[in-house]
Design a protein around this ligand. Sequence first.
Ligand code: FE2
Length: 215
Amino acid sequence: MVEHPFSFAISPALTLTDVAERKIIRRVSDLRRYFADTESLESMIKDGDPVAYEVLDIPRPEREGELISGLSILYPGLVGAEYFMTKGHFHAVRGTSELYYCLAGSGLLLMENEQGEWKTEALTPGRVVYVAPGWAHRSVNTGTDERLITFFVYPANAGHDYLTIEQRGFRKRVVNDNGTPRLVDGGADSQSVVSRLVGTPGSNQAPEKSELKTQ
Ligand SMILES: [Fe+2]
């Protein structure tokens, strides 16, 4: 591990050059507890279990004063009506923040805190999102055929709390409503809301009013 300044480039092939990188690959099967439409998810797993996202980062000692940076590459796709998304997490050390810089694609960062507030911010090339301390965060690719690529930086001592989100989900889900991204409640009834949006046979309920707000 180097103990002096260094630089690196993000290559067009989406690798981090000049540095040792660590790669994590998440397939749809790794996201079993996250998407509402479990039937669609299981059938996608049977049909080849596509990669949902990859994370490349530069390992650093996980101590205060260090930074971890890297690339998040989120593929386009849908599970039922829900766009491909990352698991999402709080930082184990709640007082730590994160910065996302969008390089390619289109999507949003879905965020919420433990006081019940939630917020989305658009991710388009050139935009930077600052995730304030205490806010859980998840990337969502709302594009139809392009990867959503972001460069991230966070304090190396932040740690990851995936369990809170795995167990209770986010308050909002992002679904494709006839080609338009739309936020729906992510609570206990989200399965029926998401199914309704993809036209479950026998359902004649109109989709709920749009409440997508990118603020
Ligand atoms: Fe994070």
